[in-house]
Ligand binder design. Structure first.
Ligand code: GAP
Length: 596
């Protein structure tokens, strides 16, 4: 007998997510819409908990980060300044038969015979006088290949082309045999056109006229609103650089190939921090030198002499600690440190924190040192100064004599010119900019630099689900071994924290007591009351939902097994099945610290 086929882990997760109400396909009753996902009752709670843990770690627990909640649609000038209008694009190639597009870097090499047709016509009078060049795969049969080409033509031409079987293909000609070619569409086999940029921003119109002048974009990242509101936050919050502004919110990208479930979606949520720091030159004037990072550097508390490198490492450490605190330990993560030739020209460094997803190790969060690029771009395009004034800097610069200032300015010019040369930019312009920058510094003025930890909430939810997914074999009440699924969420992020059950639903005293326990707990944490099915089934249901604790009100609670057990309950732990007796009065104190 053949072994039952092992279902891939990702399929099991997708199926559980639908069955238990974590994630549904958007617009499913209309056949769905590619790249969009909805979160059901448990998924909505999970995401809310993740948002809350991130918000708490990034701003409430700190004195140097404040929050922002900006609009999704902003002035289109923001996206011009940020570079998204001109460069936020994937290179795409188009199938010459169906016009279907594919990302140029996603075309797998294919081998086979290239056939050409001079056109096609149907008995309905429809004609196509255009050369069609198509790859016939190695294992394909010529008749099924012709059928596929006819179907493709009908799909792209619509009803006018009639039925595929009635279509006649003209001028069939074998023109080549290719090995490992990337010039044919992976799905259709049609010859691909040249690679062309395809902007990923989703467009809309603001106002009733809907002309080109009314075009606006759904934000492709939350970060730009933070830059655009930087000055307002500085003026209203009494924060001083170094400090950060964080935001959680929706972002939209017209991803060419949304894939891997929610991993690459077209609508998703980001959790971003822009942490503003002084440029290293400011630190040199204020503190003589910039602290140098090493493997043994103490990153436990920020220091005044930190430059961008120390801050970048500091945020990497903070973010990894955050992940450990919600159940994504070091064994589940990996890192990609971008090499100098991978970095954007304005970036000093970028490290991606990766998660070991069932479909591969992929990016969860990027932490980039973005220099003053964004604020300077907005300063240039809006005409509004994004500089801050630092009295201590002006005082320290005022204590330098002319020779020291000249030497300082010369060293900054050398550094900027060297960086420009490396990026193929004119050195003279870099020297002039450095000179101007130093003159401003001596007056206490500068545009802050930024370190940006940028995470995806939906990717994090998927990582949390994948890390939590476990299968175990357990005996049911009759001793029969069953395979069961347990989601081992960290209690802090679990959608439901406690399941509360009366042992039997037909005993009013048990039910009344269980409802009272439920009412008390639910004021402080998300609980689920359940009285249906045997107690083993109820535990199993909560295990599958990832509920870390269950509380059962039984006859001991009523004092029927001795007065010492009166008002105690069974507290059952999800991960080891351990059961303990706990006084009702102690429950909150025991559970709250674990779930918060
Ligand atoms: N402001 C910087 C920025 O947006 P990014 O690397 O493009 O950088 C940051 O995006 C994070 O947003 C990623 O690490 C990922 O977690 C999430 N993200 C980006 N594109 C996504 C998509 N199409 N679907 C889901 N999450 C996405």
């Amino acid at each position: 007998m053949s072994q039952p086929k092992e279902i891939p882990l990702m399929e099991k997760i997708v199926s559980l997510c639908k069955r238990r109400g974590f994630i549904f396909q958007s617009s499913e009753i209309y056949g769905g819409i590619n790249g969009f996902w909805d979160y059901g009752p448990l998924g909505a709670e999970l995401k809310r908990n993740l948002r809350d843990t991130w918000w708490r770690a990034m701003t409430r627990d700190r004195e140097d980060v404040v929050g922002l909640d900006a609009t999704i649609i902003m002035h289109p000038g923001i996206w011009k300044a940020s570079g998204h209008v001109d460069t936020f694009a994937d290179l795409m190639r188009e199938c010459s038969i169906t016009n279907k597009r594919v990302r140029a870097d996603h075309v797998e090499p294919q081998s086979g015979t290239v056939l050409r047709f001079s056109g096609a016509e149907s008995p309905t009078g429809w004609r196509l006088d255009r050369v069609l060049t198509v790859l016939m795969g190695k294992a394909e049969h010529i008749e099924s290949f012709r059928k596929r080409v006819r179907q493709l033509l009908v799909q792209s031409a619509g009803a006018a082309a009639g039925q595929p079987d009635a279509l006649v293909l003209h001028g069939e000609e074998k023109i080549d045999v290719v090995e490992g070619s990337v010039d044919f569409h992976p799905e259709t086999g049609g010859l691909l056109g040249a690679a062309r940029p395809f902007n990923l921003m989703l467009k809309t119109y603001v106002g009733p006229t809907a002309t080109e002048a009314d075009v606006a974009y759904l934000r492709p990242e939350t970060a730009q609103a933070i830059f655009a509101q930087f000055k307002n936050v500085v003026d209203s919050s009494r924060q001083k650089v170094p400090f950060g502004i964080c935001q959680i919110g929706k972002a939209f990208r017209n991803e060419v190939t949304p894939r891997n479930y929610t991993f690459r979606s077209r609508e998703f949520e980001q959790m971003e921090l822009e942490f503003f720091i002084p440029p290293d030159e400011v630190i040199r004037i204020l503190h003589g030198s910039v602290a140098e990072w090493s493997e043994t550097a103490d990153l436990s508390a920020p220091q005044p002499n930190w430059g961008w490198d120390m801050w970048h490492h500091y945020w990497e450490k903070e973010r990894v600690a955050y992940y450990a605190g919600i159940g994504l330990g070091a064994d589940l993560l990996d890192y990609h440190r971008q090499k100098p030739d991978e970095l954007a020209h304005y970036a000093r460094a970028c490290v991606d924190i990766l998660f070991k997803f069932p479909f591969g190790t992929e990016e969860l969060e990027g932490i980039a040192a973005r220099s003053d690029f964004d604020l300077s771009q907005h300063q240039k395009h809006s005409g509004k100064s994004q500089e801050i004034f630092d009295e201590d800097l002006r005082t320290a610069a005022g204590q330098l004599d002319d020779a020291a200032r000249t030497a300082f300015s010369a060293s900054v010019q050398d550094e900027w010119a060297a960086r420009a040369a490396k990026n193929g930019k004119p050195e003279d312009a870099a020297r002039a900019a450095a000179q101007e920058f130093c003159e401003k510094l001596f007056k206490g003025q500068y545009v802050p630099h930024v370190i940006e930890p940028s995470a995806g909430l939906d990717r994090l939810a998927l990582a949390i689900l994948a890390a939590a997914y476990h299968e175990e074999e357990k005996a049911d009440v009759n001793g029969k071994i069953e395979k069961r699924t347990v989601l081992r969420f960290h209690p802090r992020v679990a959608p439901v924290k406690v399941g509360v059950f009366p042992l039997l639903k037909n005993k009013p005293e048990l039910v009344a007591k269980a409802r009272a326990v439920y009412e008390t707990l639910k004021r402080q944490m998300h609980c689920f009351y359940d009285e249906t099915g045997n107690i083993g089934r109820r535990y199993a249901r909560q295990d599958e939902a990832g509920t870390p604790f269950c509380v059962t009100v039984d006859f001991e609670t009523l004092g029927e097994k001795g007065p010492e057990l009166l008002d105690t309950v069974t507290l059952r732990h999800r991960d080891d099945g351990r059961q303990e007796r706990v006084k009702i009065a102690d429950l909150l104190g025991l559970l709250l610290p674990q779930v918060q």
